[in-house]
Design a binder for this molecule. Sequence first.
Ligand SMILES: Cc1cc2nc3c(=O)[nH]c(=O)nc-3n(C[C@H](O)[C@H](O)[C@H](O)COP(=O)(O)OP(=O)(O)OC[C@H]3O[C@@H](n4cnc5c(N)ncnc54)[C@H](O)[C@@H]3O)c2cc1C
Length: 385
Amino acid sequence: MIGGGAIGSAIACFTQTQPGFSGEVTVIERDPGYTRASSVLSASSIRQQFSSAINIQMSMAGIEFLRSAHELLAVGAERPDIGLKEQGYLFLASAAGADVMAENHGLQRAHGADVRLFSPAELRQRFPWLATSGIALGSFGVSGEGWFDGYSLLQALRRKARAAGANYLAAEARGFDCVAERITAVRLADGGSVPCDVVVNAAGPWAREPAAWLGIDLPVRARRRCVFVVSCPTPIAHAPLVIDPSGVWFRPEGSGRFICGTSPDARDDPDDLPLEVDHALFDNVVWPTLAARVPAFEALRQTGAWAGYYEFNTFDQNGIVGYHPAVTNLIFANGFSGHGLQHSPAIGRGVAELIVHGAYRTLDLAPLAFERIAAERALVERNVV
Ligand SMILES: Cc1cc2nc3c(=O)[nH]c(=O)nc-3n(C[C@H](O)[C@H](O)[C@H](O)COP(=O)(O)OP(=O)(O)OC[C@H]3O[C@@H](n4cnc5c(N)ncnc54)[C@H](O)[C@@H]3O)c2cc1C
């Protein structure tokens, strides 16, 4: 495994505990303190409200796993607390987006998601702190959506993987030794190497690098996203994670505090920006939008901020998962574009099945296969935040 973030650690955990697995997982992680890993710089939220079947199905598996994480990831008497709060997501649509929202709702319901549509009047009744000007429809996740502590999930996956026999190596992968179309070893920066039967690229925002060592152009780039922490003197009761039609979002984070943010304009979203907070984004875009949507936010105070990288799939903003068609023992688990933490249990389970049994056994992750890129067959997901 190259990379021991939530994706690499979930795959390590599920592989090492997979019935029939007799091998040994080595996770190569160059930053064991996870100072720059997306998994610890995330907004750590989960929703069922996607527009593609595979993303909804992975979220269904995700919430089931998160609800039982204290049991599934227990090591001896130690039961992790990942702080899951099922307070829902509320997507808001203008008149221009209402039809698409209703269409997505149909698909979500067909897959068993517990979501409801609200008119502006119903929204005002249920969320009296919300201003509904310019809103035609709202979509609320009654259950199965909310947020959790991403750092605790990562640490719990890592602890479980290690307890089951996975070996975490504090080292940087730098290249591959290959014979014909197979990788035989991962070369390390310290001059050592790790022999392997299967390699998983779980390098998060840096995933293009291991692919490039083989001449493969993986369309995954590090795109900076900023999260702002604010406090609000007026209580905002039972707030879900709210997504304004503009893309500005907020959610509660402890008592009287919220986190919020937005994605930059797609035309001005360069790769590899330094992880410095864009304060102008808060002043010029996030705060004015929040104050218009929730008048109580006019009096908010910013108390903190951080920046992290989306592992952004420039082709279609969805995960790229499964074997490479030519390099026969290389598996990708990359490009989740802002929804990888909630999908890490489904990805971990699926990739473990692929490694151990040679095929997906629970959820078929074939729609995420690498082949769609060469075939220029985009997997469309309308709800990328
Ligand atoms: C601001 C922000 C908000 C987000 N909000 C959400 C959300 O609400 N819900 C959600 O589901 N997702 C969210 N995401 C996305 C989610 O955090 C990521 O999809 C997920 O954490 C990706 O996990 P990962 O393990 O692939 O990457 P990472 O956690 O980045 O781990 C990759 C690891 O690989 C290591 N690595 C890379 N190259 C090498 C190498 N050559 N050798 C050794 N080690 C290497 C790195 O050190 C790193 O630790 C958000 C992300 C950000 C930045």
